[in-house]
Design a protein around this ligand. Structure first.
Ligand code: UD1
Length: 367
């Protein structure tokens, strides 16, 4: 009997599902893993399974890329028969990608309880596809595990019963601590020992899909690179747009890398002077590592990284980026502290809660 069917689909899901699967195995919760195939390149998917020791998926939907509607619909269509045959007591989804809402929606409509890990984060920016995924997934989840306390206020504001919410900490940081000693030294990933360098990641549609915005960002990065070498692992979306817009020359002189594996990225961040990013997860990872982070977005759904961590919200404006960069170089950047419950034990807290929650609760009747 499968108690929990766990879903992962895109790169940022894999480091969250890894400790959850491990904690379920350790506590005797019968779990299966489903990969939707939203990310499918070896560098975006398989390498994470190998590096993080995630068991091979029991089910693979192989949906691939597409518009939001196509991708979400494909996951839903292909997930339903799997759910029907696996008959789990609950479906567990993580994060905020299209696979998250797609599987949550199918489960909720079939009367299978939904567990959302990393619930309640809000950027309050509905222009961000993930924000829609977050709001909708939380609305149809039965049990919501949160990484920071601000998430509870967000959920209560949306009418969610606080009794369904539990503060457990950050499973992604479980993975970080578990693998820190295995992190690949930056010199190996870069092929050169740089005494100091910055790491840059860009992939948000708001930064990389618009020609002018991307041009301005790459120009200020080129400027920064003349003062501190910049290492940039290139997300496929970003690479595609750089080629489409004819911006390849703007990358001259940067240390451009293909999408790197988890252990390579961990080493790159750990050894960096600072990180510039528009990723959600990297804001949290740099806080856990104590490395200054400049977030090239107008908002963040992870406010604790600013209030307590090493993160500064800078936005995409080149002048603001230049000023923030200068400040880190001059002053060393924010020191920060580790947020509550980012202690490597979040997944075990989830497992212990589920031990009490799963058998006692009767599932709603299947549709
Ligand atoms: C998705 C998530 C985003 C997350 C990001 C991390 C949604 C709405 N977005 O965005 O929250 O931060 O993953 O990477 O779910 N591609 C490949 N190989 C792959 C996967 C994608 O080449 O393995 C290319 C395709 O051209 C695709 C594009 O990247 O069209 C974008 O992929 P997609 O999954 O649609 O969104 P991401 O931008 O990766």
């Amino acid at each position: 009997m499968t108690q929990v069917l766990c879903v992962a689909g895109a790169r940022p899901n894999f480091m969250k599902i890894a400790p959850v699967m491990a904690a379920f195995a350790e506590t005797g919760i019968a779990a299966q893993l489903l990969h939707t195939g939203q990310h499918y390149d070896a560098a975006m998917s398989d390498s994470f399974f190998a590096d993080l020791g995630i068991p091979p998926p029991d089910h693979h939907l192989e949906v691939g890329s597409g518009s939001h509607a196509v991708q979400t619909a494909e996951v839903m269509k292909r997930f339903e028969p799997v759910l029907e045959s696996a008959q789990p007591q609950a479906v567990l989804v993580v994060g905020d990608v299209n696979s998250t809402i797609a599987c949550a929606l199918v489960a909720a409509k079939r009367g299978v309880r939904v567990i959302h890990v990393e619930a309640g984060l809000r950027s309050y920016d509905r222009g961000m596809p993930e924000e829609i995924n977050r709001v909708l997934t939380d609305q149809i989840s039965d049990l919501l595990f949160i990484t920071e306390k601000s998430a509870l206020a967000n959920l209560v504001r949306e009418g969610i019963d606080p009794a369904r919410v539990e503060f457990v900490g950050n499973v992604m940081i479980d993975t970080l601590y578990r693998n820190l000693e295995r992190a690949v030294p930056a010199s190996r990933t870069l092929g050169v020992a740089l005494p100091q360098y910055a790491v840059l990641t860009l992939h948000r549609p708001s930064n990389v899909d618009d020609r002018e915005t991307l041009a301005a960002l790459l120009d200020v990065v080129a400027e920064i690179n003349r003062r501190l070498p910049v290492a940039m692992p290139l997300h496929p979306r970003t690479r595609g747009n750089i080629e489409k817009f004819g911006f390849t020359a703007k990358l001259d002189g940067l240390h451009i890398l293909p999408p790197v594996g988890y252990l390579e990225m961990l080493g790159l961040m750990r050894d960096a002077r600072l990180v510039l990013t528009d990723s959600g997860g990297i804001q949290e990872e740099t806080t856990a590592l104590g490395v200054p982070c400049l977030t090239l977005r107008e908002n963040t759904e992870r406010p604790i990284t600013i209030a307590e961590g090493t993160n500064t919200l800078v936005g995409p404006d080149p002048d603001a980026i230049r000023a923030a960069f200068n400040e880190v170089i001059a002053g060393g950047g924010k020191a920060g502290r580790i947020p509550e419950f980012w202690d490597g034990r979040a997944a075990m807290r989830i497992a212990h809660t589920l031990k009490g929650w799963l058998p006692g609760h009767k599932g709603r009747r299947a549709a």
